[in-house]
Design a protein around this ligand. Structure first.
Ligand SMILES: Nc1ncnc2c1ncn2[C@@H]1O[C@H](COP(=O)(O)OS(=O)(=O)O)[C@@H](OP(=O)(O)O)[C@H]1O
Ligand SMILES: Nc1ncnc2c1ncn2[C@@H]1O[C@H](COP(=O)(O)OP(=O)(O)O)[C@@H](O)[C@H]1O
Length: 207
């Protein structure tokens, strides 16, 4: 699908209440925390834990989860490379709107292709895209297999499953990497803490 606009004679409409005013109201700065990694690597777990931690600190966030978006906005998309690319593009555009609204938008999708993630990064002002890589080995994700999808993929019942017969391209220069230690993963609270510390240090949790 082309990302070139088909519309002509369109004009940008500005309002008096803009991003600075919304950020002041919320006492935070809008940004996108983009969590990428294999299925079962802990993306949704981190997204929910982070959202809860921010909530307890009085900070407004919103989680865009790949699985959930595929029930609505992206329900017409499958898992072919071009569908995944469109899935990420749409989600990037929505995330950009949430960040513009002044929220800390937490996007949690496999987003297996580096170029797609970089395109989302390019949609946002510098430093407002925080890429978090769930660096978990395939064996760990497969052992977890909470939805039984790896089992189906290994049995050839799902084709093009990320990590099995579809690629995952790890980030080269992500802002945050969540690592395991000999197959042991940090707890959800510790993972969320790592992201909160980053957001604090970079000034996103104040106006
Ligand atoms: N073929 C294939 N490959 C990978 N994942 C698959 C596939 N088919 C279904 N699923 C389920 O879809 C969830 C991933 O959706 P995403 O929108 O995050 O995928 S992507 O970013 O477009 O690659 C993913 O959710 P998570 O396990 O939370 O990652 C799976 O439950
Ligand atoms: N830090 C963690 N420690 C222990 N178990 C975890 C951790 N993160 C995730 N899990 C478990 O691993 C499974 C997959 O996590 P999930 O967040 O659904 O991954 P993803 O969204 O990447 O598919 C779930 O059963 C979850 O409870």
């Amino acid at each position: 699908m082309s990302t070139v606009s088909n519309s002509t004679n369109i004009f940008w409409q500005d309002c008096q209440v803009g991003r600075p005013e919304r950020q002041k109201l919320l006492n935070q700065k809008g940004c996108v925390v983009w969590i990428t990694g294999l299925s079962g690597s802990g993306k949704s777990t981190l997204a929910c834990s982070l959202s809860r931690e921010l909530y307890t600190r009085g900070k407004l966030s919103y989680v865009l989860d790949g699985d959930n978006l595929r029930h609505g906005l992206n329900k017409d998309l499958g898992f072919l490379p071009e569908d995944r690319t469109e899935n990420i593009r749409r989600t990037g555009e929505v995330a950009k709107l949430f960040a513009d609204a002044g929220l800390i938008c937490v996007a949690s999708l496999i987003s297996p292709y580096r170029r797609d993630r970089d395109n989302c990064r390019a949609m946002l002002p510098d430093a407002n895209f925080i890429e978090v890589y769930m660096n978990m080995p395939l064996q760990l994700c497969e052992a977890r297999d909470p939805k039984g999808l790896y089992k189906l993929a290994r049995a050839g019942k799902i084709k093009g499953f990320t990590g099995i017969d579809d690629p995952y391209e790890p980030p080269i220069n992500c802002e945050i990497e969540i690592k395991h230690d000999d197959g042991v993963c940090p707890t959800p609270t510790v993972m969320a803490g790592q992201v909160v510390t980053y957001l604090e240090k970079k000034g996103f949790l104040e106006h």
